[in-house]
Design a protein around this ligand. Structure first.
Ligand SMILES: Nc1ncnc2c1ncn2[C@@H]1O[C@H](COP(=O)(O)OP(=O)(O)OP(=O)(O)O)[C@@H](O)[C@H]1O
Length: 234
């Protein structure tokens, strides 16, 4: 029951990169549903999210850490990388840029690792605004998609793959209001029995959707709680 309610937990977790402290004594439980992680540039949002999927060790040469991170009540350090990647997906803006090098069918094959019949999904793809973008059919390069359309395509992939945890690192900060609203509607439909953590540098845009709000500053937690309590405290 505990893991369903708090799928991700940090206990006294600290991280240093090249001898510099990046996260300090983080104790935090993300809830099932929509978590919003707000912090200014360099506050440690990416480092925190990457700790959940063990990506910091791949990126940085010199890291040291103490404390623990738990995914579904299991210490991530004890978990197999394949299990972690299957259950928790980390997406940042570099992912959106990387999509440019693929055509629609190449990307689908790569992401889903199986062939799907588009006819079965044409209604869904139409709803997501993707169908009309396929100007060269399945061979359409994703470079013609806008960031919002790429995110819609990612949502389609997420619906097929069903990872239980989705970590979106400042991915939605660059969307305009209209596209953000459309995409947030889709997220809210998908959040049942899933855990989203959306990191952002623009708090106001995401306050209304948060089940839990976490504010990070200089590698430390400044606030954890409901957005409503946060607003009332201001
Ligand atoms: N490649 C790097 N090498 C060394 N230190 C780094 C590197 N990238 C980040 N850091 C350190 O980690 C700290 C936290 O960075 P992090 O990227 O986690 O913050 P962030 O809140 O995600 O920032 P942003 O909003 O700009 O993405 C930074 O202040 C920086 O000192």
């Amino acid at each position: 029951m505990k893991s369903r309610k708090f799928p991700i937990r940090f206990e006294n977790f600290s991280l240093s990169v090249d001898g510099k402290s990046v996260l300090e004594n983080i104790t935090l439980s993300f809830v099932e549903g929509m978590n919003v992680l707000y912090g200014p540039r360099g506050s440690g949002k990416s480092s925190l999210l990457r700790s959940i999927v063990k990506l910091n060790t791949e990126i940085f040469n010199e890291i040291s850490r103490s404390g623990s991170v738990y995914l579904f009540d299991q210490n991530v350090e004890d978990l197999d990388d394949i299990y972690v990647r299957k259950n928790a997906l980390y997406l940042d803006t570099s992912f959106i840029d990387a999509m440019n090098q693929y055509t629609f069918d190449e990307f689908l094959k790569l992401a889903l690792k199986r062939k799907i019949s588009l006819e079965n999904f044409s209604e869904k793809l139409d709803d997501l605004g993707i169908l009309r973008m396929l100007i060269r059919g399945q061979k359409t390069p994703l470079s013609v998609f806008s960031p919002a359309e790429k995110i819609s395509l990612l949502l389609f992939i997420l619906e097929q793959k069903k990872p239980r945890v989705i970590l979106m690192d400042c991915l939605l900060d660059h969307l305009d209001d209209e596209n953000l609203e459309k995409i947030m509607d889709m997220f809210l439909k998908m959040k049942e029995e899933r855990t989203f953590v959306i990191s952002t540098r623009i708090l106001q845009r995401f306050l209304y959707i948060a089940d839990l709000l976490v504010i990070l500053n200089n590698g430390r937690i400044n606030y954890t709680g409901s957005p409503k309590d946060f607003v009332l405290r201001m």
